[in-house]
Ligand binder design. Structure first.
Ligand SMILES: C[S@@+](CC[C@H](N)C(=O)[O-])C[C@H]1O[C@@H](n2cnc3c(N)ncnc32)[C@H](O)[C@@H]1O
Length: 348
């Protein structure tokens, strides 16, 4: 603990609260969180009732004047998980996306809250050449408040004990060069975890079936043709390449390599593919259960994102899938925190 007291954090772009869940597991008190999505905010409140949640557009917040933030005394860690769509290779229209600039909103919080450390997390595109200008702007603005911005590191959540391949860009801002170099050298690793470890103990479900003990563990009601296709996909890692001709999708004819993950099954003893907001739809990626003829359930998706087993979500199925797909894996953040705590304790 920092000088015998509880560590504290503020969670910007908190979404449904995965980062806050990780912080709290490590003993942090999350003093405040910001997000403007009303559905995600309700989920956040259901799980983190003690945190002061500011449900509004971050661009309209003025931390220097806002009573709710001005009362905050001391912050160890400011976490900034700005929207990733502007940096994502999956987004064809990302150039000129005004959401890219939202990351700069972190600076006014740094200026007011003066955290020991700022952690930025985003998709790996944030470390690419297309984001160079924006990062230069972020660096310049942070320097005006005595923070140095470090170089981005690409980290695969699978190397940090998450049962999912999810390559992210993480970087810090801190007051000293020593802090930045400690971050570059930090060995972020944890034993690998698999799909089996995450979801094998959940009750089996047929298409359209619900588990009466868990409202999030239900299977999509697939159309008959979808079930027929799934029945032909070999268990444990099979793909649409295994479909007989009469079950192949017209739009895939002659395209063996593009969209090859569509209708694919996960493998029990490997990590899952990167979960997206379409993670319970077999037509949007390798999101079929390893050996049941259905897409994974929302609970299975949440567990593959390492949300706690009993995490509650607000919203309808597609709203919950969006929150899960947008989340930072809880275990990934948790595994990084010991190294980050060491950096917070360096003299500034
Ligand atoms: C990558 S997600 C954050 C994930 C979250 N940190 C977690 O752990 O689950 C980005 C979040 O930014 C929020 N957001 C987008 N624009 C915003 C704005 N103008 N003001 C506040 N929040 C915003 C979205 O609602 C979304 O929840």
């Amino acid at each position: 603990m920092a000088e015998g007291r509880e560590r504290t954090a503020v969670d910007l772009f908190c979404g449904s609260g995965a980062v806050s869940a990780a912080l709290r597991r490590r003993g942090f008190r999350v003093l405040a969180a910001v997000d403007n999505d009303p559905i995600a905010c309700r989920t956040y409140k259901l799980n983190h009732s003690k945190t002061r949640l500011l449900k509004q557009d971050i661009q309209l917040l003025n931390p220097a004047k806002d009573r709710r933030l001005r009362s905050i005394q001391s912050v160890d860690l400011l976490v900034v998980c700005a929207p990733c769509q502007p940096f994502s290779s999956q987004n064809q229209k990302r150039r000129g996306d005004p959401r890219a600039a939202l990351i700069l909103e972190a600076v006014k919080f740094a200026a007011e809250l003066k955290p020991s450390l700022i952690l930025f997390e985003n998709v790996s595109g944030l470390a690419g050449p297309g984001s160079h200008e924006l990062l230069t702007e972020l660096r310049t603005r942070l320097e005006a408040h005595d923070y140095l911005l470090g170089l981005p590191r690409r980290i695969d959540a699978a190397d940090l004990g998450v049962p999912q391949r999810r390559i992210r860009c993480v970087m810090i801002a801190a007051r000293t060069k020593a802090a930045l170099s400690e971050f570059q050298q930090a060995n972020f690793s944890a034993p690998r975890s698999t799909v089996r470890e995450a979801i094998a103990d959940l009750p089996a479900l047929a298409s359209g079936e619900r588990c009466n003990r868990d409202p999030l563990h239900f299977a999509r009601d697939h159309r008959a043709i979808v079930i027929q296709r799934l029945e032909h996909i070999p268990h444990n890692g099979g793909s649409r390449a295994d479909l007989p001709k009469h079950l192949q999708l017209r739009c895939h004819e002659g395209r063996a390599t593009s969209y090859s993950d569509v209708y694919g099954r996960m493998c029990w003893d490997q990590v899952a593919p990167t979960l997206t907001t379409g993670c319970t739809d077999v037509t949007r990626g390798r999101f079929a259960h390893p050996d049941q003829d259905r897409a994974i359930s929302l609970r299975e998706a949440a567990l593959l994102q390492t949300f706690p087993k009993k995490y509650k979500f607000h919203g309808n199925a597609s709203e919950v899938a969006r929150q899960i797909g947008n989340a930072v894996p809880v275990t990934m953040v948790e595994a990084m925190l010991p190294a980050l705590e060491k950096i917070m304790d360096l003299p500034s």
